[in-house]
Design a protein. Structure first.
Length: 180
């Protein structure tokens, strides 16, 4: 085996990416403190052609140096916008019939491996603060809560790792649904 060179990867250029079909998923980061986590989520969103990222609360916004460092240009390819108040954004999404899923540990949560993407609806995935997680008001307003099964001694994963796992699973389901 031989590692591929970057020019062999057949990646889209920025203009082609902007014009390409996206997975109908919104990623919402609420009060994520780490700029590196934000940048990492941008990069993952680019890799899976996520439609848009919404940054809320105290979440840092581009073009912060530390976001740019980990995003590696994904803040230019992935559409994003800032909303100060996530509760207002959630109400706006409810009016638009967006299916809202908080990524959290909660009563009656659905394990990620058992979650099925809603048909013909946009999906909003909410990731919360590194310490406090998704706010209870947001969990209560969500259509569902998705939990990543864990089997070790720790109670949580890093936000960028959680986002990577969830986006991978949702992206895989979406791509499989297109094949059927």
């Amino acid at each position: 085996m031989r590692k591929l060179e970057n020019n062999e990867l057949s990646r889209l250029d920025l203009n082609a990416f902007k014009d390409a079909n996206k997975i109908p998923v919104y990623i919402i980061l609420d009060s994520v403190r780490s700029h590196q986590n934000v940048g990492s989520v941008f990069r993952t969103a680019d890799a899976f052609r996520i439609e848009k990222i919404f940054l809320c609360g105290i979440t840092g916004i581009p073009p912060h140096r530390d976001i740019q460092k980990t995003a590696l240009g994904a803040t230019e390819s992935v559409d994003w916008e800032y909303h100060e108040n996530i509760d207002d954004l959630i109400q706006e999404f409810k009016k638009q019939k967006v299916f809202i899923a908080s990524i959290e540990q909660a009563e009656n949560a659905c394990f990620l491996n058992e979650f099925t993407i809603p048909k013909e609806k946009k999906l909003a995935l909410i990731f919360g603060n590194e310490v406090d997680g998704v706010a209870q008001s947001v969990v209560s307003a969500s259509n569902t809560v998705i939990e990543i099964p864990q089997f070790g001694t720790k109670h949580s994963l890093n936000i960028s790792v959680s986002a990577g796992i969830v986006i991978w699973e949702i992206g895989k389901q979406y791509m499989n649904s297109l094949k059927q």
